[in-house]
Write a protein that binds this ligand. Structure first.
Ligand SMILES: C[S@@+](CC[C@H](N)C(=O)[O-])C[C@H]1O[C@@H](n2cnc3c(N)ncnc32)[C@H](O)[C@@H]1O
Length: 269
């Protein structure tokens, strides 16, 4: 898919999000335009990419110049727009790697002028990281290259609202103290793992919280969580990996349809 078509798909996706939260789509599109026009952000990302190229040159990092945020896919665009809309005081994300999601969440927090982000990932040091079991499908996006640190694309000017915790998310989440207004899952996507993360974070969520998850099509874990908790889900496509596939899942604790829906489905791992 070309980048212009991606842009159109991202806009269509925002219309679904607007419907889900009963807000005007024009408001969400305004946040998308603000992000799209944010040359300070895109220039800072380009500088980071350039600095990292001697150590890492996969995917986006093989490019000379990123001319639009659309190269980062719908996951990151949606995260930005959602955090601009919802203005949560505390965001928590699992799965940082180079920090694509982190950078977009932090940029939204900075525009909101309120809030902070706690990011959780396994230790990125080469020796330590090999001691943890990782998801085989993720491949090179699991191992921090020598010479770089977790979140290596995150622009420095956004780091004031950021806390990075390097440990297994199942250890860190139970220790969270303040209510989590927004939770983003992008760590280990296997059925059992996503369920254990979501079940742990459940007790930490504020009443109005939103859960957002990447790669929900890898298993039935996210759907199973929503069905068991009677939470009304929204699924979105993402074009970030070449073709348009259902890939993102989200659910909002305050959705009026929660508790009412009749979602049925078989649970296969
Ligand atoms: C797909 S990458 C995250 C990509 C990132 N969100 C981005 O936009 O650049 C998945 C990450 O999950 C992390 N991860 C895997 N198992 C984990 C666990 N048990 N606890 C915390 N993080 C984990 C990996 O170390 C890896 O960095």
């Amino acid at each position: 898919m070309d980048i212009q078509t991606s842009h159109i798909c991202n806009l269509l996706s925002l219309e679904l999000i607007a419907e889900y939260y009963s807000v005007e789509a024009s408001l969400l599109k305004q946040y998308y335009t603000e992000l799209y026009d944010d040359t300070v952000f895109i220039n800072a990302l380009n500088r980071k990419i350039e600095d990292c190229q001697p150590f890492y040159s996969e995917g986006l990092f093989s490019r000379k110049d990123i001319d639009t945020v659309d190269w980062f896919g719908n996951q990151r665009i949606s995260l930005y727009v959602l955090i601009r809309l919802l203005k949560p005081e505390l965001c928590v994300e699992t799965g940082v790697f180079y920090g694509g999601t982190t950078a977009f969440i932090l940029n939204a927090i900075s525009k909101n002028k309120t809030g902070r982000l706690i990011s959780i990932d396994l230790p990125g040091n080469n020796e330590e990281q090999m001691n943890y079991a990782r998801h085989s499908n993720v491949g090179c996006s699991e191992i921090i290259p020598d010479g770089l640190r977790t979140g290596f694309i995150v622009p420095d000017y956004l780091k004031d609202s950021w806390e990075l915790k390097l440990d297994d998310s199942r250890e860190v989440i139970p220790q969270l103290v303040e209510p989590v207004g927004f939770f983003s899952h992008d760590s280990e996507h296997s059925h059992d793992f996503i369920l254990s993360e979501l079940n742990l974070v459940k007790a930490k969520l504020s009443q109005n919280a939103t859960i957002f998850a990447d790669d929900v099509n890898w298993s039935n874990g996210f759907l199973e969580f929503c069905v068991k908790e009677k939470l009304y889900p929204l699924f979105l496509t993402d074009n970030g990996k070449g073709s348009l596939k259902m890939r993102l899942g989200m659910t909002w604790m305050n959705h009026p349809n929660n508790g009412k829906q009749e979602v049925t489905g078989s649970s296969t791992k």
